[in-house]
Design a protein around this ligand. Structure first.
Ligand code: APR
Length: 168
């Protein structure tokens, strides 16, 4: 079964699917951007569960319930901050996508949505990040053909949507 890859523009907190991925920071205690939007929409119980996780290393992923969001789970991953590309940033961004998918696969979650990890406050160049995101997800799906029904990239701007769509 071929897994569908979709690109849409919108607010990931409005998406109805099995799991959404959060572009968090190492404390997992919330922040701005998509992290802030997810915590606001999920409600205060999300922060309570996050407090019990003891943080998350860059490139790793940890899972919580979805609470008031229309999803079963939220997968929190910590993207690399861009420092010019000589500090394993690319490898760490690959790890974010792989570890998030592995986390979802373990929990038998079949539809997973990603924001554009690290391309906001963490300043990762969007075209480079998009190529890594799409390439890493495609490779994981080829290696695990029956793991997922659909993977959705949810871009916040029209510009980001066009960049991601042009990768394929
Ligand atoms: N839905 C989808 N995408 C969103 C949303 C949303 N509601 N809000 C923002 N985005 C997009 C941004 O436009 C950007 O393209 O998510 C992408 C990632 O940007 P950030 O949220 O800034 O995440 P990141 O660059 O990974 O920086 C993470 O920012 O919010 C803090 O706590 C977070 O410290 C961490 C850092």
């Amino acid at each position: 079964m071929k897994t569908e890859i979709q690109f849409i523009q919108g607010d990931i907190t409005r998406l109805i699917c099995d799991a959404i991925v959060n572009a968090a920071n190492r404390t997992l205690l919330g922040g701005g951007g998509v992290d802030g939007a997810i915590h606001r929409a999920a409600g205060p119980e999300l922060l309570e569960e996050c407090k019990s996780l003891g943080g998350c290393e860059t490139g790793q992923a940890k899972i919580t319930k979805g609470y008031q969001l229309p999803v079963s789970a939220i997968i929190h991953t910590v993207g690399p901050v861009w420092h010019g590309g000589k500090y394993q940033e690319e490898e760490l961004l690959v790890a974010c996508y792989r570890n998030s998918l592995a986390c979802a696969q373990t929990q038998h979650l079949k539809t997973v949505a990603f924001p554009s990890i690290s391309t906001g406050a963490y300043r990762f160049p969007i075209r480079k990040a998009a190529a890594i995101a799409v390439g890493t997800v495609k490779k994981f799906l080829e290696e695990n053909p029956d793991a997922f029904e659909k993977v959705i990239f949810v871009l916040f701007s029209e510009r980001d949507l066009e960049i991601y769509q042009n990768i394929l």
